[in-house]
Design a protein around this ligand. Sequence first.
Ligand code: XMP
Length: 528
Amino acid sequence: MSETHQDARGSAEEHHGGVLIVDFGTQYCQLIARRVREMGVYSRITVPDRMGMMLEAMQPQAIILSGGPRSVYEQDAPTLDPAVLERGVPVLGICYGLQWLTQTLGGRVEPASAGGEYGRTEMEVVDPQVLLDGVDLRSTVWMSHGDQVAALPDGFQVLARSEPCPVAAAADTARRIYGLQFHPEVTHSAQGERVLRNFVLRIAGCRDDWHPGNIVDDKVRRVREQVGEAGEVVLGLSGGVDSSVAAVLIHRAIGERLHCVFVDNGLLRKGEREGVEALFRDEYHIDLHVVDARKRFLDELAGVEDPERKRKIIGRVFVDVFREKARELNSAKFLGQGTLYPDVIESVAAHGGATATIKSHHNVGGLPEDLDMELVEPLRDLFKDEVRAIGRELGLPSSLIDRQPFPGPGLAVRCLGAITEERLAPLREADAIVREEVESRGLHQNLWQYFAVSLPVQSVGVMGDQRTYENACVIRVVSSTDAMTADWELLPVDVLRRISNRIINEVRGLNRVCLDISSKPPATIEWE
Ligand code: XMP
């Protein structure tokens, strides 16, 4: 993460125990946290400045100090109050974390003689102790360091080394302080998971009670506690995974005192509004208010071609519509949101500065503070894969939990140029055809997104004996793991042929189908 996110509510820790991870500026902090949670152990990330407060609030059973891009001997390099080492809580330093431990406890850190070690290295275990128990005598680990430990502090012993690096792992077992020069959290370290498990479960004895069933029970109890016997909650439901899981969870806690608001902005996909009504109103019996704001959005968007202006307008109108509805439900003093952990993690800005705005994202979560409501955010300490797991636990269908992402501004960013209902209607149909053809063959399981885009370009065609002059559409199919990068994917030719035939024959207003074969970067996934 390149931005520093401030946790608006502070870190009023709700969950005691588990592993506290200190971010010294690594890009891998979230990966460490997720690896720990995959073991069934709760974990949280903090920045060095807030360490004292987090220790008191969370009472962790183990502490992991992350890597980082700096050198410990530089001025202003990230540091911690050494008192953290006196608490009797086991500590594991990774990379910079090991070097910080070394320097703080009286050892010596120097630039690595060969200029550093980057990528896969073979590590040799010299004394496994508990930390490296079960690790092969020789195994592949991932290194990424320019400095190394030249002299360990008193009380430490070397557990492993690599050819260029005399201290690949070390321990002061009496004080339960451990260090790794390699990165156990990345999959390239073949037995990294085992090393982390040894530390978290065996050395620190952490409870592995972080599982979907327990998480649901815990969240339901906390929502009840926060909202009280009579409190009411309003929640903006988009039909996406996060707000849907938040809705069902809060509903389980407080039943009819949850009021969901679904805004139909006229930019939805075919069948979306009906699907939300059928699931949440008819199946879950949630109090659902559907606001038909189609005309209002289209009026505001009339004639607007610039992508950023479109996004801004949609964000603003959404807030207005939501605010009006929330005021109508004025008995509600709480605002439910599907905010996730990666949105609120504070992190050390490794290189400083803000990132350039490529696209201003709009999410249902982005509501203004002047609503003057207390936030209820039961997913606030969960990663996306955990949200999916508890969504399944709550009985939400796979069609919702595993569905492809759909941008907040909806079809507006896939209908290039000025938006009219005359152009949206064919796009909706074309998009539905793409989804049907891909999903009915199970092809979507390996794809990140698959959709249609409408271009404001007309071309000549012929249908029967008639000349047509209609818009072109584009099929966009990509694979990705996190949307930061994406590869274009080629659907089987017979599927493409069928999609093209169906769009041209069934959809009035589109007479030409093109294929987008651009990866991200340099293209983005959406066209606007
Ligand atoms: P781009 O087009 O930037 O998209 O490559 C990356 C991912 O984000 C989705 N996307 C959005 N999601 N609100 C969202 O919630 C938005 O405003 C938005 N814009 C793009 C896009 O579908 C892709 O998965």
